[in-house]
Design a binder for this molecule. Structure first.
Ligand code: SF4
Length: 189
């Protein structure tokens, strides 16, 4: 079988794995950081989605922004805003989606965020691979969209919608994530 045909078959399988209708996706889609927060803490997701903003002061956020700005400055990078909703970085020489993180502390959250970007693009007919990069740790990880990733993203979108529709932020127990969370004064102060 030719390489192109194999690619096309794979692409068909991915499309078939998508369970959300176009209408449901339009209703459920949201910024990528919200899916990241879903994995870190559902309360954090709720607060952020309801425009409660305390991140600007947080040291962790400032460090993350700095790492992102400084990383791979020698490579041709393009920042894209899609549908006024998600911001992605593309390494132009590879066509790879790049997600740079300051630390791998919440790596599952970062994986979900990147899988969501790949899913978002796939729904728009654009197939890409992604890479999580942790420049300070000299670590990188390839993230690709497969049937399991599609199921995870669609379940996460539904779960994020359920949580953000709650009338008040969900009560959650203290976790190590609270230690460096910008919302800690609000939750535990
Ligand atoms: S302080 Fe803890 S409970 Fe509150 S939003 Fe942050 S991670 Fe969640």
């Amino acid at each position: 079988m030719m390489e192109d045909e194999r690619e096309e078959d794979l692409w068909d399988l991915l499309r078939q794995a998508m369970r959300l209708s176009e209408d449901d996706f339009e209703r459920l889609k949201r910024g990528g950081l919200q899916l990241n927060y879903l994995r870190v803490c559902p309360r954090k997701l709720w607060l952020f989605a309801h425009q409660v903003r305390m991140e600007a002061d947080a040291e962790a956020v400032a460090l993350g922004r700095l790492t992102h700005e400084r990383a791979y400055r020698d490579r041709p990078r393009r920042s894209l805003i899609l549908e006024n909703l998600i911001a992605i970085d593309v390494l132009e020489d590879e066509g790879t989606l790049l997600e740079v993180k300051h630390a791998p502390t919440f790596v599952e959250a970062a994986r979900l965020q990147l899988r969501y970007y790949l899913y978002f693009l796939a729904r728009r007919g654009v197939k890409r691979r992604g890479e999580l990069r942790f420049p300070r740790q000299r670590r990188r990880e390839v993230v690709e969209l497969d049937a399991a990733a599609i199921a995870e993203v669609e379940a996460a979108l539904a779960e994020a919608a359920r949580i953000t529709a709650l009338p008040t932020p969900p009560a959650v127990p203290w976790t190590p994530a609270c230690r460096r969370c910008a919302y800690a004064p609000l939750c535990w102060g």
